[in-house]
Design a protein around this ligand. Structure first.
Ligand code: HEC
Length: 296
């Protein structure tokens, strides 16, 4: 793999904390092995007929103060005054900064990104300014207090059903398939019996999930479903799948489960993204969050 490909394989492997990009590496709870990610990266590389991009890993020495001024004037409108992102990506994202080299940042700044809003600055900024803003971005990487995520083990096989001794949760399904977040919240608050399946990659479940949900990623091998099936209730208890897409992965899983003879199933209409935006409760791993003060 050429050096420029490491950034891509890192992004796929480790994801970007604080963004919807999940970690896909198996060691982190994702579905792919290192080998599969390397193959995928090579394939992606083959899709773009561009000059090979082979920057060195040499650090870029620049004046951070110069860079800070350049950032405020030329970058903050799109990338956010505190690197939190806007129409541009979150340059203050600690995962992005820790997984990219100085040369990668500088290359993006000099050449821009074709087909996106990211302009090329090689003609509008001097070399000192480009080196400065690169060094400024790098200087942000050390300022982040990246806390170790607090991870929690998934529920054990016998604990999939929430409130097992309570009456069944019942729902008015939209289009015979969808449960609205407000109705699910009500059922959970009333401690009704229900099963929640989180169909996103495990790495996302570990970061944030609806309390009590069972991780069942969409890439689960459903030909092997018998093992799981014996731990899922088929007694009228609603099995509700959710994802972030907002529904595609959940619908896929829901479909597989129905094919295995479970008829009381549904999909969360708004997905976990909608659920979160309503301010409904979730369990969160303590993932690092951008601290705006660090960018001042
Ligand atoms: C008009 C909006 C805009 C401005 C101004 C802008 N950017 Fe960007 N920038 C973007 C967008 C959009 C992307 C994402 C491009 C993509 O999808 O690959 C990006 C990507 C980048 C990346 C690559 C990050 C990654 O995650 O791969 C770097 C580094 C970057 N910008 C630095 C800068 C710097 C430094 C400045 C100021 C000198 C700047 N940008 C100004 C919109 C902007």
């Amino acid at each position: 793999m050429s050096s420029g490909m490491f950034e891509i394989s890192y992004a796929i492997s480790y994801g970007r904390l604080g963004t919807p990009m999940a970690a896909y590496l198996d060691e982190l709870g994702g579905p792919l092995s290192k080998r599969e990610i390397d193959d995928l990266t090579d394939w992606l590389r083959g899709q773009v007929a561009l000059e090979p991009y082979n920057p060195s890993f040499d650090a870029v020495a620049g004046d951070i103060e110069v860079g800070k001024a350049v950032y405020a004037e030329h970058c903050a409108t799109c990338h956010g005054t505190s690197g939190e992102g806007g129409t541009g990506t979150a340059l203050g994202n600690p995962a992005m900064l820790s997984l990219t080299s100085d040369q990668f940042l500088k290359f993006a700044i000099e050449n821009g990104r074709d087909g996106t809003d990211m302009p090329a600055f090689d003609e509008t900024l001097s070399t000192d300014e480009i080196d400065g803003v690169t060094a400024f971005l790098r200087s942000r990487a050390t300022g982040w207090a990246v806390e170790k995520p607090v991870l929690r083990a998934p529920p054990a096989a016998g604990d999939y059903v929430l409130n097992p001794d309570s009456p069944l949760a019942t729902f008015d399904l939209k289009e015979d398939l969808y449960v609205l977040s407000a109705d699910l919240l009500k059922a959970l608050e009333e401690k009704k019996r229900v099963v929640l399946l989180d169909t996103r990659p495990m790495s996302q479940w570990l970061m944030v999930n609806i309390e009590g949900s069972v991780p069942l990623p969409y890439y689960y091998d459903f030909s092997d479903f018998a093992v799981l099936a014996k731990d899922l209730p088929n007694d009228g208890t609603m099995i509700i799948s959710y994802c972030e897409c907002p529904r595609a992965a959940a619908e896929y899983v829901n479909d597989k489960i129905r094919k295995h003879g479970f008829n009381n199933t549904a999909v969360l209409w708004e997905g976990i993204g909608g659920w979160v935006s309503f301010g409904y409760p979730v369990f969160r791993g303590e993932a690092s969050v951008l601290d705006a003060a660090d960018l001042q």
